[in-house]
Design a protein around this ligand. Structure first.
Ligand code: ADP
Length: 227
């Protein structure tokens, strides 16, 4: 088997609450392989967002290590973390966070141009992704002219625009009606398989979670594999 694209190793995270310390992650371990989608299902407050923030290098753990590809990340400075995040990690949130004054295609071009690709290359890649996600005809529309499901598919295209190794999503369909959620979710998992991404997706939707390759939960600050 190939190496994991994301490896969370013995990760610890504690928050101070007054005089108390709240240990949210206590030696969390998780490996996700390329092309694999993993559902993270746990009650509110269990530490899902904390884990995703740490996996996405947005927060530093108090202990342990996060490997992206084979590379450890804890020794990196902020600039190196930002650069790694830009290239290797895509995020999808519950709300799309698209820029309202730009078209769908421009929103997907943005991260590529920040990375230094030419407008032409970024545009081609954007159209390819939007077409793959069934939005080829919508490329000129602004977010306000798109449905909730379409907006979320544009957000997915933007998240994978730079061809990351890892896709992290926090309730990506939580804001959509069941049918639209089903559709967006299908597009997301197809993309994961097709592009060899490793995806970690927090969701409350058991039906969608069942369609992913693996399901895990957080119990006492550790990752536990579900059936
Ligand atoms: P989930 O995403 O599973 O709902 P979170 O990771 O958001 O859980 O939060 C886990 C716990 O950590 C919660 O009890 C929350 O209140 C606490 N927490 C999260 N972030 C902070 C913070 N920056 N400071 C203090 N406590 C926090």
């Amino acid at each position: 088997m190939s190496d994991p694209a994301l490896f969370i190793n013995q990760v610890e995270r504690r928050y101070k609450q007054g005089d108390n310390e709240l240990a949210i992650l206590r030696g969390a371990d998780l490996a996700v392989w390329p092309g694999q989608s993993v559902a993270l299902i746990a009650p509110s407050g269990a530490g899902k967002s904390t884990l995703l923030q740490i996996a996405g290098l947005l927060e530093k753990p108090d202990g342990g290590e996060v490997y992206i590809g084979q590379a450890p990340t804890s020794h990196l400075d902020d600039e190196a973390r930002t650069s790694l995040r830009r290239l290797d990690i895509g995020f999808v949130y519950q709300f799309h966070h698209l820029l309202p004054e730009f078209s769908a295609a421009e929103n997907v071009m943005m991260p590529q141009m920040i990375r230094g690709l030419s407008k032409k290359v970024a545009r081609e890649r954007s159209l390819e992704l939007l077409t793959y996600l069934g939005l080829g005809e919508r490329e000129k529309h602004r977010p306000g002219e798109l449905s909730g499901g379409e907006q979320q598919r544009v957000a997915i295209a933007r998240a994978v625009a730079n061809g990351p190794r890892v896709l992290l999503a926090d309730e990506p369909t939580g804001n959509l009606d069941p049918r639209t959620a089903d559709h967006v979710f299908g597009a997301l998992t197809d993309l994961v398989r097709f592009s060899g991404l490793a995806a970690l997706i927090a969701t409350h939707n058991m039906e969608l979670a069942r369609r992913m390759d693996r399901r895990v939960t957080l119990r006492d600050g550790k990752i536990v594999e579900l059936e």
